[in-house]
Design a protein around this ligand. Structure first.
Ligand code: AMP
Length: 590
């Protein structure tokens, strides 16, 4: 057979994209129909983990591979849908035995091990709320989030516990249980007690009657940072599964036989919505890699596991690009049908690189913790516009708006004029609140829109293009960092009188965190102190959040009312004009 025929046959084997007629699908789409497809009857129970596991077993997929786990050391563990369900049931029984009830918060601070996935699903089955934390956070972000979320139980590893939780555990009396994934025996009693997970699970039955949660019951609590104040606990409910399922179909183009790999850590919303839930809701096989990014390892996984749909992030794509196309050429990546990207702006060059090196461009899509799932995407059946985030999903109405001085919100109809990206509320995975912060939640809405905090423009064909953030949030290696949290940690140091934190452009990480500090009298600026402050921040916040660079200033620029002008610092750093003062004044109102 000649090469052209082989290619033709191969493309004939590719499934037809799920969304072939965008406009018609938008017209007829309804979330009600999706819920019906998931087997929901009005007034009936609705539980994400039931839909992800038991429903698949009922559909005859019990023996199908649900999760293939690749260990850092080269080991591999496979879980069928029936086996993963049994593991989740053991965890749910354990929670029940420990008295962790419906709606209580189960936190996870864990590496990507099978135990984490079983715990997430078991927590949902038990009707408790799953709250994942990024294992690279330092003690400070962990403590703040567990306090806000009223943690009842924490699942973590021995090392993470000793280093990051034990020193302050007694300050959280509501935290009743700590389960350690890798401990062999329970330790001590009283407030410092820990439970060894494996023996505790082994003693549990592998059947569990799933909690009779309804669509509006709280299921997930994800944390996101703000520009001011504490992190926000973003509430999501079981009905989020409706949107995860719909977007798995339309935005990620999942088909029954797909092998899906989402590289995000479940400590962030992408790693839960699409790294656990959406693939299982579709009954596909998902790959979980315990290790961190390493180019050859990743190409090896794509090749050996015959990954068909790959959901990754711009920082990783840029790192692969840096190594050159020759590295990729050593691998057979022909199984890969649909590579997608999220979390930060995806450079047009990266989209084109995908086409040249993988044979198919990266499909960028956009969403955030509050939206719970993909809102805007480049779809499999439509031409990709390099640099664009794509079109709104069926069921999603997006717009570009402008906020007036009086707080009013007007939609910008004119194409290509930048404004704030806004969404009409009402989709199932929309946040239902910021935990304990009603006023902050209300502030996110105006004029019938949910305001995203991102600046974007829409072209004449309706494609959305990312412009930047409307606030001072920083995205570094795909992680959203609130400057306030970093500034607060710096301010705890006895030498610091004021701190301001900004993101500076970086060719690989997107942005890197830089801090400016003013010192208290009696302290001298210099390399030794800079090193000490960086060390202090890393210890408190973890390397993923701490600044990379520190600069000393005798004082920091402020508005008339004394608010530090991070933007002015950033503009100066980039050698730009600071912009007119009206922008700076409007900063003050945010
Ligand atoms: P998070 O809530 O941590 O998922 O971060 C959400 C933020 O990441 C968004 O508000 C955007 O600022 C940014 N973001 C997500 N996806 C994209 C994308 N495709 N292009 C540009 N920025 C993105």
């Amino acid at each position: 057979m000649d090469f052209a025929t082989i290619e033709k046959n191969a493309s004939a084997l590719r499934p037809r994209p799920n969304l072939t007629n965008y406009r018609a699908t938008r017209r007829v789409f309804s979330y009600e129909a999706v819920r019906r497809e998931l087997g929901w009857q009005p007034g009936g129970d609705f539980n994400i983990a039931f839909l992800a596991l038991e429903r698949q077993i009922d559909r005859g997929l019990g023996d199908k591979l649900a999760l293939r786990w690749l260990g850092r050391d080269g080991s591999q563990r496979d879980f069928t849908y029936a086996a993963l369900d049994a593991e989740a049931n053991r965890f749910a029984n354990l929670l029940r035995g420990l008295g962790v009830g419906r709606g209580e918060r189960v936190f996870a601070l864990a590496h990507r091990t099978p135990a984490l996935y079983a715990a997430a699903l078991g927590t949902l089955k038990a009707g408790a709320v799953f709250c994942p934390l990024f294992s690279q956070f330092g003690p400070e972000p962990i403590r703040a989030r567990m306090e806000i979320g009223d943690a009842a139980l924490l699942l973590t590893s021995e090392t993470l516990y000793r280093r990051k939780v034990e020193p302050w555990r007694r300050e959280l009396p509501g935290l009743r249980h700590v389960l350690l994934t890798d401990a062999e025996a329970d330790a001590s009693t009283g407030a410092g007690a820990t439970i060894a997970l494996a023996p505790a699970l082994a003693a549990q039955p592998d059947a569990f009657a799933c909690a009779d949660t309804g669509p509006e019951d709280m299921a997930l609590l994800h944390f996101t940072s703000g520009t001011t104040g504490k992190p926000k606990g973003v509430i999501h409910v079981h009905d989020a599964a409706t949107h995860h399922y719909a977007t798995g179909r339309f935005a990620l183009d999942l088909h029954a036989d797909d092998v899906f790999w989402c590289t995000a850590d479940p400590g962030w919303v992408t790693g839960t919505s699409y790294g656990i839930l959406a693939p299982l809701l579709h009954g596909v096989t998902m790959i979980v890699d315990e290790a961190e990014f390493e180019a050859e390892r990743w190409y090896g996984i794509l090749q050996d596991q015959k990954v068909t749909v790959w959901y990754t992030a711009p920082t990783a794509i840029r790192m692969l690009m840096r190594l050159g196309a020759e590295v990729a050429a050593g691998y057979d990546l022909s199984a890969l049908r649909f590579p997608a990207s999220v979390g930060e702006p995806l450079n047009p060059e990266a989209v084109v690189w995908g086409k040249e090196v993988l044979g198919t461009p990266f499909h960028d899509n956009w969403w955030q913790t509050e939206t719970g799932g993909i809102m805007i995407a480049n779809f499999a059946a439509l031409p990709v516009r390099p640099g664009s985030m794509g079109l709104p999903l069926p069921g999603i109405e997006a717009g570009i708006v402008e906020r007036g001085e009086d707080g009013s919100v007007t939609e910008i109809a004119e194409p290509d004029r930048p404004g704030e990206l806004a969404l009409r509320p009402g989709w199932p995975s929309m946040m239902r609140g910021y935990l304990h912060e009603e006023a902050r939640y209300e502030k996110a809405f105006a004029g019938g829109w949910y305001l995203t905090g991102d600046l974007a423009r829409r072209d004449a064909d309706g494609y959305y293009w990312f412009v930047g953030r409307a606030d001072d949030m920083i995205k570094t290696s795909g992680h959203l960092i609130g400057p306030f949290e970093v500034e607060s940690a710096l301010m705890e140091h006895p030498a610091v009188s004021e701190a301001a934190v900004i993101g500076l452009p970086d060719p690989v990480a997107g942005e890197v965190v830089k801090a400016f500090v003013a010192l208290k009298p009696g302290f001298a600026a210099g390399d030794a102190l800079a090193k000490e402050l960086l060390g202090h921040a890393r210890k408190r916040l973890g390397a993923a959040v701490a600044p990379r660079e520190i600069a000393f200033r005798s004082d920091l620029p402020k508005t008339r009312s004394g608010k530090i002008l991070r933007r002015l610092l950033k503009a100066r750093e980039l050698g730009l004009e600071a912009g007119d003062t009206s922008t700076l004044e409007s900063d003050e109102k945010r």
